[in-house]
Design a protein around this ligand. Sequence first.
Ligand SMILES: [Zn+2]
Length: 294
Amino acid sequence: MSVIGIIGGTGVYNLELDDPSEVEVETPFGKPSDSITLGKLGGRDVAFIPRHGRYHQLLPHEINYRANIYALKKMGVEQVISTCMAGSLKKEIKPGQVVIPDQTIDLTKTRDSTFFGDGVAAYVDMSEPFCSSQSKYVADTIAGMGIDVHKGGTYVCIEGPQFSTYAESDLYVMMGGDIVGMTALPEVKLAREAEMCYVSIVGISDYNVCGMTSSCMENMKGMRLLMKNMRSILSEVVLGLHVSTECSCSTALGRAIVTSGAGISSDTILKLDSILGKYEIDTSSIGVHGSILK
Ligand SMILES: [Zn+2]
């Protein structure tokens, strides 16, 4: 059984795992948001990291997403379940409910969004950014717990940390957005580059658009309940999570690297060992389009 990675978003800073142990993980991309806690949840081996740090000391644009994903990869994680908070852009998506998004629109501006570069070029497919097979399982599991969950939805990721103007919210709706948040990107892209299945459990905090306001008290009540339930949601989800044979997340790099083997330095190969280590790179190859990978 592989280790399941859990990235805790706003409100999920500590998961109270069984048999916990904390490890400090160094990565070629710097330090993750916090130490990683290894332990058991629902009887499964998990590696947990709070995205914003355990005290929520990091703003969305300050998070070292590359280090977080790389650190989980180093821990042997093949599947990531992340939690996020987001605002709703649609009347039918209500505060306190859950969305399992299936699409993203990346409006971030300043974040490092790839492991590649530095002499190696890779172009991964992001047409389905979230693992569709695992997302379906997660959504069905949460629905089975009697929680209101929307299966699918487009997550618009803004830079923040300020919330949106009315005009911006109107624009996101025109773009086809269903929810708006600040942290799914570039996390989901990096998980794809690291060949991990990635699913996001998004809790809805409020309405983001004018004319759809709900009372603050209602929001807080729904949100508090959702936060209270998050550990049991995650326990239930990881319990039956299996390595999917129906998705291609674990082979995302198979044809994505276009740099000729001869052009990739041994330093870069070493730096990306946790990601590229499974491939035999023929450094004498001068071919293109994945021909460096056996
Ligand atoms: Zn997958």
